[in-house]
Structures are given as structure tokens and as C-alpha cells.
Design a protein around this ligand. Structure first.
Ligand code: ZN
Length: 116
């Protein structure tokens, strides 16, 4: 369950990131997430986008494309601020889980606490 919890959070981080670059819509985002190796159904993705909109992270705009109405989402100022916090969390996590992995670095992490 911890893996799925992390994936759900990571997918929201991906959504937020892409929505700061340009307006995104559901089916494009589903393809992008699949490209990153995530599996998500529309039954999960659309409520996720809607919830992020309700939380003030995404703004939605409907655009008519031919005969269909498509919802485009872009990050709000709050979304941009939250993304920066997410970025800091991931940087910290990456530092410990990946860079300080035993054997991956010449300096053992415990040496940081050996001072004073
Ligand atoms: Zn991406």
C-alpha cells in the first residue's frame, strides 16, 4: 500500500509540474503518466484533477475543440508554491534514499553526526 500511496502523490506532483509548463487535459496527462510508468484509470485521474482544482492548485478552463468540450487545467499561484514544497521534499528524499544509499557514496551518512 505504501507504494501506491507514493505513486498517487507522485502522479499529483507530475500533474502539477506539467500544469505549470502549459495547460493540460485528462487524456494527454494519462498518456504522459503512462510514459513515466504509472498506471491510472480515468476513474482515478479525473477525480484527482477535480480534487486538485477544489484545493486551489489547478484552474480549469473549458475549450471547444470541434464538437467536443475539453477541460484544460493549469497551475494556480498556490499550485506553483505547493510544487516548490514538493520539490524540496523530493530533493531531501532523493538525497537520502538514492545518494546516501550504502555503497553508493564514499562518505557514510553517519559521519555527518560524528562531529562536535
Ligand atoms: Zn511528466
Amino acid at each position: 500500500m505504501i507504494l501506491r500511496d507514493l505513486e498517487l502523490g507522485a502522479m499529483q506532483a507530475h500533474i502539477l509540474y506539467h500544469a505549470t509548463i502549459e495547460p493540460i487535459y485528462g487524456s494527454w496527462m494519462a498518456g504522459e503518466l503512462a510514459h513515466h510508468g504509472y498506471t491510472i484509470s480515468y476513474g482515478t485521474l479525473y477525480p484527482m484533477l477535480h480534487r486538485m482544482q477544489q484545493e486551489g492548485l489547478l484552474a480549469c478552463e473549458e475549450r471547444r475543440e470541434g464538437s467536443q468540450l475539453r477541460k484544460y487545467y493549469r497551475a494556480t499561484e498556490q499550485g506553483v508554491r505547493d510544487l516548490e514544497q514538493i520539490r524540496q521534499r523530493i530533493r531531501e528524499l532523493y538525497q537520502e534514499l538514492v545518494l546516501e544509499k550504502p555503497g553508493a557514496s564514499s562518505e557514510h551518512p553517519s559521519s555527518r553526526y560524528g562531529e562536535a
